[in-house]
Design a protein. Structure first.
Length: 342
């Protein structure tokens, strides 16, 4: 049994408007600069946590080392976009730039479904447990979370597929509790992913009706929950990342994204435990790598959309010296205009 507690020890004032922004080089579409990024989720966001605990054996080739895909995943791409380098939780090298706590198999609560496939994975964390692993050391050391950091949560897919739940209220409550707990120790900036239509995945295509309805309910509840939290948690910024809309557009217009197959898996199911399956010859044209996880091409599309959401929802704040300079410029222009009118 792998014990998560053992693992944890490893471990403008703008007078002059457009003129002012032009002079300072600040673009209104530019994203805020975060000092760190901490990530909580499942296999879609796992940067190698299970891989490290399994001694590099899982997931096996032809999966990319540590990733449930054939290459980098969306959190890799997004971290690069943010100019940050969060370390995997199980790497034993905590980074001031953040930590990725996501574990394959995580549900939104404390459960992890991988024990269903192999008993050695018993004790792996769900998202609630991951958040606890982040918070507990802070409380023990009398510290607070980085208020200028970004906190990402994306989960629920395992609850509704492998775990067989249709209790959307419970899943969304788990995510809301995670946000509240992170906020209580000082986190202020959150990016929360909703779910794509799981009935469109190769895994979900065998039970499309129920899954589609469940995901719709989940996304509606999550949207309302985020709106309520933004109103109740003072000085917080909780942004909804609409993953569902991203996948919907990709599946509707695959050629727009350079894809030719958005329904099938590139990597066939393994029929012989001694013989690794052979992937398709053109994975960059596939949306799905296996029955549930996107290819690295699909992950890049997710990351691009996530960064676009960050650009829209989190605006940069000018430095105090810049604000003073802009104010001075504005006053100067105002005085000049007044003088010319005399």
């Amino acid at each position: 049994m792998i014990n998560i507690s053992t693992v944890s020890r490893l471990f403008v004032v703008s007078v002059g408007g457009t003129i002012a922004f032009t002079i300072t080089g600040v673009n209104s579409a530019q994203a805020a600069t975060f000092s760190s990024v901490n990530i909580f989720g499942d296999s879609l966001s796992d940067p190698g946590n299970i891989f490290n605990l399994s001694g590099g054996l899982f997931p096996p080739p032809p999966y990319a080392p540590g990733r449930f895909s054939n290459g980098d995943i969306w959190t890799d791409y997004l971290a690069d976009d943010l100019g940050l380098n969060p370390t995997p939780y199980t790497s034993g090298i905590p980074s001031t730039e953040g930590v990725n706590y996501a574990f394959g198999g995580a549900t939104s609560g404390t459960e992890n479904i991988f024990y269903l496939f192999d008993p050695k994975f018993a004790g792996l964390p769900g998202v609630t447990t991951q958040v606890g692993a982040f918070i507990q050391p802070l409380l023990q050391q009398g510290q607070t979370a980085d208020p200028n950091g970004l906190y990402i949560l994306w989960a629920g897919g395992n609850d509704y597929t492998y775990a067989g739940s249709d209790n959307t209220t419970e899943v969304v409550d788990n995510l809301s509790l995670a946000i509240n707990n992170l906020y209580s120790v000082g986190a202020r900036n959150f990016l929360i992913g909703n779910l794509p239509d799981l009935s469109k995945t190769p895994l979900g295509s065998s039970n499309p009706g129920d899954l589609q309805e469940t995901v719709e309910d989940h996304n509606a509840l999550l949207k309302k929950g985020i709106k309520d939290l933004n109103q109740s948690l003072f000085n917080s910024n909780i942004a909804l990342f609409d993953v569902n809309n991203v996948f919907k557009d990709v599946i509707k217009k695959p050629s727009k994204y350079g894809l030719t197959n958005v329904t099938d898996r590139c990597l066939p199911a393994q029929t012989d435990p001694k013989v690794p399956p052979v992937p398709c010859s053109n994975p960059n044209e596939y949306l799905f790598w296996d029955d549930f996880h996107p290819t690295t091409t699909g992950h890049k599309l997710i990351a691009d959309a996530a960064y676009a959401t960050i650009e829209k929802e989190f605006k940069p704040v000018p430095e105090p010296s810049t604000v003073l300079a802009l104010t001075g410029l504005g006053l100067g222009l105002l005085l000049k205009k007044t003088k010319s009118q005399k």
